[in-house]
Design a protein around this ligand. Structure first.
Ligand code: G6P
Length: 501
């Protein structure tokens, strides 16, 4: 067992690939930090400030060797990655192996043994740093697919810790997951946690099935019984649970993540942002309908399918650029990974063709913006948009859909939402679509354009109720309550699981 450092230890440690801060160069040339605006930070910030919390993560650039520092009351513990590690662990194994595999192989995953080795090394570095700073009996919350080995490594080094893990992206069906040459090590790493959270009920089910198929452990509902001492050293073949052997109970269930709804509602009330929304409409030539897409430029988002549907509606004459314009924000992402470079070329070719074929001097069909924007500008865009298009082919949750809904206190706007985004489990009053069905997407766009105001308002009211009631603060509370219960109510036992149901 690793012993924590004397002095600098924390009761609550969040471990994520990225630190929740961006570096900013001040006017005098010095480098400072600014909190990045993600929902996770918003949810955890109050908790971390109140509970002596630390955040372990990568600062986002190569070779940044930094001592731990304090930012807005949170202890930041930076993990340095060199250029080779970024290539193998971040761009390679995380985003060219796991990302396409977990998103149902929309793009072909690459399997490289060197990438895997670096993934293990970097996960070890995160686990070691965490083991050193976590207080005795601390709670550690590990996030996402980049760090799936950390729970197992931590349990081995520090059995005193309470360990949670949350997977922000989908977890695939076993038929897909089983492609992974290191499938047992990944499951074994995750089983080091006391609670494993997923976005959708189906993801948790896929995980439990993988556990049964690969290890033969008992599972029942959301519970999995892991033989003690067996969780972090996977070898080949399945094992059966031995009656009477000590077992540790792991919970694997859905905790659908949400947004910091209050801050979006507040921004949407800001007169300057409302004025900016009016200005956007004017700058676009006051079209009857503004459609909006907001995504990272990622092949999971179905941007091409959306463009195809819009292009065909223009070609069919069901829409004209005089009446309708599409604003597509595609923020740059993972630009050194080949599949992302290829996607960018494809999307930009399609945008150019559609604009060339259907645009006029005064009206552009698609306003394509390959840029990232601050929250204020995003909210102004949401307020300006009559229709929000979320056409993901596979998406853990899709928070853009929830952000759009949160900002529309005026009950205006229609959400078109892919049933392959986790958000569709909750947002049933959206116009739900199958993005592969281009005719269906076209019809949904027309239905959104022609929707009577009363129906739009009724749908938006119901959607807002869901998003406001289930915000990210509630999400983190529900997860952490489950984590606390899991360790206080069900310690390691020798009983057979069936005896406890
Ligand atoms: C998804 C993942 C996150 C990731 C984010 C941005 O939402 O679940 O873990 O941070 O994409 O991707 P990036 O590669 O820039 O961190």
């Amino acid at each position: 067992m690793t012993t924590p450092n004397s002095g600098e230890t924390y009761d609550f440690v969040v471990v994520a690939n990225r630190l929740p801060v961006d570096s900013v160069t001040q006017p005098d040339g010095s480098v400072g930090w600014r909190m990045s605006p993600g929902g996770l930070v918003a949810a955890l910030e109050p908790l971390m400030k109140a509970s002596d919390g630390a955040w372990v993560g990568w600062p986002g650039a190569p070779d940044v060797e930094l001592a731990p520092f304090e930012h807005e009351g949170i202890r930041m513990v930076p993990i340095a990655l060199n250029a080779g590690e970024i290539e193998n662990y971040y761009e390679g194994f995380s985003n060219d192996t796991l990302w396409p595999l977990y998103h149902d192989v929309i793009a072909q995953p690459s399997y490289h043994r060197e990438w895997w080795e670096t993934y293990v090394d970097v996960n070890r570095r995160f686990a070691d740093a965490t083991a050193r700073i976590a207080d005795i009996g601390a709670t550690v919350w590990v996030h996402d697919y980049q760090l799936q080995l950390v729970p197992g490594m931590l349990r081995e080094a520090r059995p005193d810790l309470t360990i949670g893990f949350f997977n922000h992206i989908p977890f695939p069906a076993y038929g897909i997951f089983s492609q992974l040459p290191w499938r047992q090590q990944i499951i074994s790493g995750l089983l080091g946690a006391d609670v494993i959270g997923f976005q959708r009920v189906a993801d948790a089910g896929n995980f439990a099935r993988a556990v049964r198929r690969l290890f033969g452990y008992e599972t029942k509902g959301t519970r999995i019984w892991v033989p003690v001492g067996d969780s972090s050293d996977a070898d080949t073949g399945t094992r059966s649970h031995v009656r009477g052997a000590p077992v540790r109970r792991v919970v694997a269930r859905a905790f659908p993540i949400s947004i910091d709804a209050t801050s979006y509602i507040e921004l949407a009330k800001d007169p300057a942002i409302q004025a900016r929304a009016r200005q956007i409409r004017e700058e676009l030539g006051n079209p009857k309908t503004i459609m909006l897409g907001v995504d990272r430029l990622d092949y999971t988002k179905g941007i091409g399918h959306r463009l195809k549907a819009f292009g065909e509606l223009l070609a069919d004459g069901r829409l004209t650029v005089d009446d309708v314009t599409l604003v597509q924000v595609a923020s740059p992402s993972r630009e050194r990974v080949a599949s992302y470079m290829q996607l960018r070329d494809e999307i930009e070719l399609t945008v150019g063709r559609i604009n060339g074929d259907y645009g006029s001097i005064g009206h552009t069909a698609i306003n394509y913006l390959h840029q990232g924007y601050p929250r204020e500008e995003m909210v102004a865009l949401y307020l300006a948009a009559d229709i929000m298009l979320v056409t993901a082919l596979r998406d853990g949750m899709n928070l853009v859909a929830k952000e759009y809904v949160a900002t529309r206190a005026d009950l205006g706007g229609v959400l078109v939402l892919s049933e392959f985004a986790g958000a569709s489990d909750d947002l049933r009053q959206a116009l739900l679509i199958n993005p592969h069905d281009i005719e269906g997407v076209k019809d949904a766009i027309m239905q959104a354009i022609e929707m009577p105001q009363s129906e739009g308002r009724r749908r938006m009211r119901a959607l807002r109720k869901r998003v406001i009631e289930n915000d990210v603060v509630k999400w983190s509370r529900v997860f952490l309550d489950e984590l606390q219960n899991s360790t206080t109510v069900h310690p390691v036992s020798h009983e057979h699981p069936d005896a406890r149901t």
